[in-house]
Design a protein around this ligand. Structure first.
Ligand code: THG
Length: 370
């Protein structure tokens, strides 16, 4: 029997879609109601490019929530536990967003474009509606909208050479998470040193989606001497590097977690004196040791994750969850991340995962793995 699934009409393509299809995309995931490429059919080559060369990723699904107006700074600060006081124009910050119970509902990159204009480059949840509602309910003078912005990531040790040869040597001077507006032969963008990998690189925030195909091809051409190839946010490298993935490591509705439980406690500023959503809950949470702690896990064997969260077993008891797992050739083992009850986070032994009726021995490992 065959059947058809219609995905809501709210789900859309990126402005790089046609180029990714032409260049051999093989799988997509729906992320922020958009099609996000997840693979081009050769995971080993894509991993190798990210680690040793350079890759280009269509990450337009990292959508922007634009917050403007006289009270924009007020709203942005109220949305995140991180103290934004010393954020300069042209500086990005990684900012957790929590609900009133202190559970993470997103972990965007914040870009400060001016004192009255901010972008939240969001992970996979509907922060646009949240920000708009909060601003309105507070009676603040702010507008929340989605601008025409489509990030394209260039990642890997040769990303700087590629980006410099495309845009000029000035990009070498960009600090980590710093960004700058730039127009390349009529293609307007914002150039940032950032990206969802620890291999270094840039994100080009194209601000005219009608020029997506042109920008993709310009990056491809500039990267050709460096053997650039298409890729996607990499599930193996992110585990090795300990990057958090909203939707995998936590999600408000299915796997609620506080910043403390996810190892993001350093981004929660309870003493700065600013008010923010979730402050009381996080104050209470901070007053006692967290119930669960984020851990890395080494798994014996080469199972694949049948779905997540997957329970971690010890002595016939569920003591935690695995939220991401993959074989890492650099570690030489199957690695995973997840959360475990805090009293076991330092020294738990005899852990196991149960996958398809087979028990796989597991042991703790510090994150990042590399
Ligand atoms: N780039 C942009 N937008 C994004 C992402 C991105 N939106 C969705 C998603 N990724 C948001 N989540 C993250 C998670 C981690 C990081 C960035 C965005 C990240 N973390 C570094 C780390 O953990 O080591 C740096 C953290 C820090 O500076 O404190 O880069 O990738 N545009």
């Amino acid at each position: 029997m065959t059947f058809e699934i219609t995905i809501s009409g709210d789900t859309r393509k990126s402005c790089y879609f046609d180029q990714t299809v032409r260049d051999g995309v093989r799988s997509f995931q729906v992320y922020n109601h958009m099609y996000l490429p997840t693979g081009f059919g050769d995971p080993e080559a894509e991993y190798d490019r990210l680690l040793n060369g350079v890759a280009m990723w269509d990450v337009a699904a990292e959508r922007q929530v634009e917050i403007t107006g006289p009270d924009a700074a007020l709203l942005v600060q109220y949305l995140t536990p991180r103290n934004l006081e010393n954020t300069a124009i042209g500086q990005g910050r990684y900012v957790p967003i929590c609900d009133h119970d202190g559970f993470l509902i997103n972990d965007p990159v914040l870009l400060k474009l001016s004192d009255e204009k901010y972008w939240l480059s969001v992970a996979d949840s509907d922060i646009h509606l949240w920000a708009q509602a909060v601003g309105r309910e507070r009676g603040w003078e702010v507008q929340v909208c989605e601008p025409d912005v489509s990030p394209l990531a260039i990642q890997g040790p040769k990303a700087e050479d590629v980006t410099a040869s495309l845009l000029g040597d000035w990009v070498r001077g960009l600090r980590y998470f710093g960004f700058q507006e730039f127009t390349l032969d009529g293609i307007p963008m914002l150039v940032a040193r950032s990206g969802w990998s620890k291999q270094g690189g840039f994100e080009l925030y194209l601000t005219d989606s009608s020029l997506g195909g042109e920008l993709w091809d310009r990056v491809k051409a500039a990267g050709a001497p460096f053997d650039i190839g298409p890729g996607a946010p990499n599930g193996v490298e992110r585990l090795e590097s300990g990057l958090v993935s909203y939707g995998s490591d936590m999600r408000r509705q299915t796997l609620p977690a506080t910043p403390f439980e996810l190892g993001l406690g350093m981004l929660v500023d309870l003493d700065a004196g600013h008010d923010f959503i979730g402050r009381n809950a996080l104050l209470a949470a901070a007053a006692q040791p967290p119930e669960r702690t984020r851990v890395g896990i080494l798994v014996k064997g080469t199972p694949t994750l049948p779905g997540h969260p997957l329970p971690i077993w010890r002595d016939g008891q569920k003591v935690g969850v695995v939220t991401g797992m993959a074989y890492s050739s650099r570690v030489g083992a199957t690695i995973a991340v997840g959360m475990i009850q805090s009293d076991l986070a330092d020294s738990a032994e005899e852990l196991s995962l149960l996958i398809n009726d087979t028990a796989y021995p597991a042991s703790l490992h510090p994150v990042p793995f590399l």
